[in-house]
Design a protein around this ligand. Structure first.
Ligand code: FES
Length: 147
């Protein structure tokens, strides 16, 4: 039997694991979580406490990070050495948007939205090498320079 989850008054979630172990997490509002983090981060190191686990799974915090960080700043999807040859690509997502990087015929790395212009089908998955990008749905085809 797998873990079961119980919510108490929308403040605490208890996950009952196998063998009777219970893991408890507080469901604080994002605003309170951020106040706690700011207080801990601005205090003395001797008084520092571990980050509230909800900072890592709270949906409002994640949405705020997407909006304020990942949509506005540089993101490192990998190393150029991971796609050394023409047509090598890697895929990733930024704030939920599918993206791919590909080494083109000039040896440059270009980055594109990983959805087809026709009906938004995902173009590439994982990593690999292609001579051109062909949509798996209706076969719209893009060269390595994106046209
Ligand atoms: S969705 Fe890509 S060719 Fe139609």
């Amino acid at each position: 039997m797998g873990p079961s989850r119980v919510d108490f008054l929308n403040e605490v979630t208890a996950v009952i694991l196998d063998k009777g172990f219970v893991m408890v997490q507080r469901n604080l509002p994002a605003e309170d979580l951020l106040k706690q983090l700011e207080k801990s981060a601005s205090g003395l190191l001797a008084n520092a406490i571990g980050a509230e686990p909800a900072l890592y799974w709270n949906k409002d915090i994640a949405a705020s990070e997407d909006h304020n960080i990942f949509r506005k700043d540089w993101v490192c999807p990998g190393l150029a050495a991971e796609i050394p040859k023409q047509g090598d690509y890697l895929t990733f997502s930024i704030a939920g948007e599918p993206i791919f990087c590909i080494r083109n015929s000039s040896g440059d790395i270009k980055t594109y939205s990983n959805v087809c212009r026709h009906r938004m089908m995902l173009l590439l998955e994982g990593t690999g090498t292609v001579s051109k990008v062909v949509c798996p749905y209706h076969a719209w085809t893009y060269n390595l320079n994106g046209s």
